[in-house]
Unconditional design. Structure first.
Length: 414
């Protein structure tokens, strides 16, 4: 799950709107926005903003992709693009939480935690859910650790944050003078003592503590080699390009290949209220080759059909400009009612465009998709019935998709 934190503009990436070019810098039609919730444009004079970049149709599918994504565009026939996304939240933190946990209420498990709880682990030497973050060149959208929390689930299902520079996990090595056999004895003794405590108290977190000490010990051997990219051929490293995000995408492939169930990358560079042209060009350049490299690498290794790749922000941007058009600093505001995400692999139809927005991109014109629909569809593709994967907490059966109806988007499933 590739989270473009901050809300990428669909109008400069995957949703071409020629009408906005014609309306550029003119008053935006009030009929579209009357009574609608806006983030920072409430009470402002609303003017339309056309895309500053060109779009082309690519591949046999003819998917329109912005010129800011030349590498992704070359893979158009592998993509499943949903242009009719909606969310319930218009501010970053709550929208992040809604995309990751299905709720804005703190303490709800993230989708990665639900998946590791439901599917178990494919490896005993690494956590089932791993997170990496990168800031980008233009600034950093704050990302709360609750986005990968296990919430009400036992904490062994929590996402574990790895670092992309230096030691992947802090304090992964043994202290000076402590050999592996001594460390083994320490872990065994701690487990024995925790076992006594577990016999006295009915607390599942004690069992988690025992298993996490054991996991940490095994990671001392498994993590250093896994995160050492020198073993990768030069051709593979070139496939992904340079920079933190590129390195993390390569890590993601290695982690998936090693049996990690869920990998989430946060790139915090997409909140373009101002200086949008400059920031988007830089942001797209940072991720474009790396995202394409990940898909190509998975496919050439025969992993794409069994690996679901999702690229999404927490919401989109408005078709109206924010700031002074004559200044370099203008941008777009948050928009929750219409935005675009894309997916690839995992048994989805390749080269598909699903849903559409109206001529200005403000409202959904056909096939609206809610966040909970995406969650239900992802679970379906990973072999889980989203209505049956529950956890009893405070007398209620909690689940990722909540109590509101969620539909599986069958039209995009191969």
């Amino acid at each position: 799950f590739l989270c473009m934190a901050g809300g990428p503009s669909q109008f400069e990436t995957f949703d071409w709107k020629p009408v906005l070019k014609d309306l550029h810098d003119k008053p935006f039609p009030e009929s579209f926005t009357k009574g609608q919730q806006l983030a920072q444009l409430q009470g402002a004079v609303l003017k339309a903003r056309g895309s500053f970049t060109a779009f082309q149709k690519h591949g046999k599918s003819g998917i329109e992709v912005s010129d800011l994504f030349p590498h992704i565009a070359s893979l158009a026939d592998e993509l499943c693009v949903i242009r009719s996304m909606q969310t319930e939240q218009i501010n970053h933190d709550t929208a992040h939480a809604f995309m990751n946990t299905g709720s804005i209420i703190k303490g709800r498990p993230s989708m990665g935690s639900w998946l590791t709880y439901g599917l178990g682990a494919e490896t005993q030497d690494l956590p089932g859910f791993i997170v990496l973050t990168s800031a980008g060149k233009s600034g950093q959208q704050p990302i709360s650790a609750r986005q990968w929390s296990s919430g009400v689930l036992p904490s062994r299902f929590q996402g574990i944050q790895f670092q992309s520079r230096g030691d992947a996990v802090h304090y992964i090595g043994n202290p000076d003078g402590v050999c592996q056999s001594t460390q083994r004895q320490v872990v065994d003794e701690i487990a024995r003592m925790n076992g006594f405590l577990g016999e006295q108290q009915n607390d599942p977190e004690i069992a988690t503590r025992i298993s996490q000490y054991e996991m940490a010990f095994r990671m001392q051997s498994s993590v250093p080699g896994l995160m050492d990219l020198k073993s990768e051929p030069e051709s593979v490293r070139k496939l992904y390009g340079e920079g933190d995000f590129a390195r993390q995408c390569l890590y993601a492939r290695r982690l998936v290949e090693s049996g990690v169930r869920f990998v989430e990358l946060f790139n915090a560079d997409w909140d373009s209220h101002a200086s949008q042209d400059r920031r988007l060009r830089a942001g797209c350049k940072t991720v474009d080759q790396a995202l394409a490299g990940l898909i190509r690498d998975l496919k050439q290794r025969g992993l794409l059909d069994q690996t679901l790749v999702v690229c999404a922000g927490e919401f989109g941007r408005t078709p109206m400009l924010q700031g002074n058009e004559s200044a370099e600093g203008c941008g777009r505001d948050h928009h929750k009612d219409a935005f675009t995400i894309w997916m690839a692999g995992g048994g989805l139809k390749p080269g598909v465009q699903y849903g559409a927005t109206d001529e200005t991109g403000y409202h959904i014109a056909e096939n609206p998709v809610e966040v909970r629909d995406v969650h239900a569809t992802l679970f379906q593709q990973l072999g889980i019935d989203h209505e049956k994967l529950t956890f009893r907490y405070q007398g209620l059966d909690q689940r990722l998709t909540g109590v509101e109806p969620a539909r599986i988007i069958k039209e995009i499933i191969a």
